[in-house]
Design a protein around this ligand. Sequence first.
Ligand code: ATP
Ligand code: MG
Length: 215
Amino acid sequence: AVARQGRERHYRLGVMGGTFDPIHHGHLVAASEVAAKFSLDEVVFVPTGVPWQKTHRNVTQAEDRYLMTVIATASNPRFSVSRVDIDRPGNTYTVDTLRDLRAERGDDVDLFFITGADAVRQILTWRGAEQLFDLAHFVGVTRPGVPMTEDDLAHLPSDKVTLLEVPALAISSTDCRTRVQRAEPIWYLVPDGIVQYIVKRGLYPHPETGVPVDN
Ligand code: ATP
Ligand code: MG
């Protein structure tokens, strides 16, 4: 017992960053699968403030994206949502997200940053890339339409990045937005409460007329 003193198991916190415009079942399955495989105690979803890679399109108000994330995760006792990115002024950088969460949760927490195959390849282009791997372990999950080989990861520190195959859900927020604009269904691609929230708030209106589509 003496030998174990001070070596209690660290709390294992998954961090799922995203624009969540809107959140969909691909995000939820990825988080759930990583939580199970990495024995995570909790996964915190962190909607971005201003996503610096998405300046070419109008991103939905942070408050709507935050509320959708809350609605979608509410039923899972291990899922939570953080406002750190939407409350921080300026562009969102993952290095700030991880620093803020560490400051909030303390040093006895191990962070696991969850990211899709498309994003994991770009990690080294992110701001503060040198520090990212000191702050968290990175879990790259497979994503349909994004081929990923070991070569794509060759430049990343192998002890800091793990690839995980998750059930393939060919769902993207871009496709969900387009579907809403075209009055096509998004049932079963996103949780029921998200379908209803999008209608209630008139999100993703027709691009020319600006009129919310009544699905
Ligand atoms: P958009 O089309 O607007 O970029 P998105 O569907 O890619 O939206 P994001 O909010 O950009 O959603 O993604 C947040 C994170 O979730 C990213 O790391 C992304 O790679 C991952 N992700 C998104 N969809 C899936 C999916 N279907 N399977 C696995 N990972 C996913
Ligand atoms: Mg994306």
